[in-house]
Every structure is written in C-alpha cells, then in structure tokens.
Design a binder for this molecule. Sequence first.
Ligand SMILES: Nc1ncnc2c1ncn2[C@@H]1O[C@H](COP(=O)(O)OP(=O)(O)OP(=O)(O)O)[C@@H](O)[C@H]1O
Ligand SMILES: [Mg+2]
Length: 299
Amino acid sequence: MNAIEIRNLTKNFGQKQALQGLNMTVPQGAIYGFIGENGSGKSTTEKIICGLILPSGGSVKLFDRDYKDADVRAKVGVLIEQPGCFPNYSVWNNMMLQAANLGIKNAEEEVRKVLRIVHMEGSASNKYKNCSLGMKQRIGIAFALLGNPTLLILDEPINGLDADGMRIMREVLTDVTKNGCTVVISSHILGELEKIATHYGIVRGGKMIAEMTAEELNANCRTYVALKAKDMEEAKVILERKYVRVEKDEEGYIRIYDAVKAEEVVDYLFNELHIAVTEIKTSKIGLEEYYIDLMKEGR
Ligand SMILES: Nc1ncnc2c1ncn2[C@@H]1O[C@H](COP(=O)(O)OP(=O)(O)OP(=O)(O)O)[C@@H](O)[C@H]1O
Ligand SMILES: [Mg+2]
C-alpha cells in the first residue's frame, strides 16, 4: 500500500498556478526526499496533504483513503515552518498545550517520550523564546511526533541544525520508519538528504519531473575517473583526443566520464605521452550533481 498517492494535483493562487498537475507516489515506510527549486511547489503540496489549504483540482489519497477522512488525518504529523508556540511559555508547557489540542490522553508520558526522542528532555523548562534555532527545529519535530503519527510531513526540518542536530535528526527519522512510519521531508540540503532518503521526488514548476528509489538514483549516477597531472592543460587536451566526455570539476580535477579504468588512463598519459599523473581516483556523482544536471537538461 502507498502512504500517499497524488494524481493530477492543481493549485492556483489567483493568477499563479503553483501546482500544475502534480503526481506523487510515496510507498509506506519510505523516507521520501522531496526536492525542487525555490517556488517549485513543495510546501504547497505538503500543505494540501496536511489539510492546511485546499487544492484547486486533483486527488489525494493517504493509505488508500481520501485525505479528508478524519481517521486518516489523525495519523499525520506535520512540521511546516515553525510550530505555533507561545514564546513566554516553557518548552514543556507548549508541548502539553499541543498534546491537549490533539486530545492525547496520557499527555505527560507522551510529551516526555517525544522530548526524549529529539534529545530535548534536559531543556524542557527553557522558555521557547530563549531556544536556539536548532532547538526550535527539534521542538518542531517533537510536535510532529505527538500522537504517534504513521505519516510525518516535514518541510525543511534540517535548516539551521549543527552536525550533532543533523545526526540526531537522521537517527530520529530512521527510527520512526523502523516502527512503520512514513516520512516526507523537503530540503535543499541534498548531501544530508542523501544519507537517509529511500525515495526521491523532484518537482519543477508545479510538476513532478522524476520519482525514483535510492537504488535507482545510485544506478543513474555515473561513475567517473578524476585526476590531477603535472601539466593540467596539456593533460586535458590529450585526454580529449581519446575520451568523449572530459571535464574540469570545481576542485580542479579533470574528470573522464567514459567507462574506463583508472590504470588505463594513467598508462595512456604516462607510457604514451610522458605526462605524470599526480593524483587519481574513481568516484560517482552524488544526488546534488545528479539534480543539478537534471535541472540543466530542462532549460
Ligand atoms: N499563499 C500564497 N499566495 C500566493 N502565491 C503563493 C502562496 N503560497 C505559495 N505561492 C506561490 O506558489 C509557488 C510555489 O510555492 P511553494 O511555497 O510551494 O514553493 P516551495 O517549493 O516550497 O519553495 P521553497 O523551496 O522556496 O520553500 C510560488 O510561486 C509561490 O510564490
Ligand atoms: Mg517551501
């Protein structure tokens, strides 16, 4: 069963067509990385899924049921922008209020549990307004986790987190999916997303332009040989004579994308032309470069 199935979703804000027939399929148990440029429609899609705004057209199903179904709605945890907290109240009191809003029965126990999950149990008495950005992000996740959701919608939850915060977030998200929860997470921090996502959806101009599993992404990502040589300019000219796709990268390496072994390249440069290779490695393009390439293709 899919946790989310969206077909032909449209949303107009006046003249602005924010969503233009968007399709989206999120399998149950996935950590779905939702990617796209600023203004491409990620937050709008997420707000519709959560019932915060109404679509102009199309269908949204959650766990094979209509997304407006109250039983299904109760199982969706949300973090879109900042949680609605009272600045002068403590973290604890804010959490307790939210638990009351959601009608959670064993509120104290539940609040303690979610604060522990995000490693905030030691800061429960802090006033919300005195919490750092990273702490507020964690409180946001704790809010979303209240009520044991089976679907978590997180809009840019890792902005502003330090390395430790990122690690905690990775642990939290992989833990909740182990317990059967499905997570949709939008982020521009692709390097981090790549460490946890099992699926990806890439939007552009209000449409889904690609959906794939992490394995498919991995298979789509080309391998390359990268090298540095004594005379880089000469090496590049000579490599271009033999190989089809030779490019210089941002770190100053020459990359050869043809299916070729590193030893062959060294042999070619040194044995035939006496150009000494000073450094060589075989690598694979990551999510970030794949995404940038995909965006370039459509221009
Ligand atoms: N309430 C609104 N009124 C008018 N236009 C809106 C409204 N909300 C969103 N839009 C427009 O809809 C488009 C999609 O916005 P959305 O917030 O979904 O993008 P996004 O993919 O989340 O971008 P970002 O990466 O910057 O968060 C944008 O052009 C935006 O200006
Ligand atoms: Mg957004």
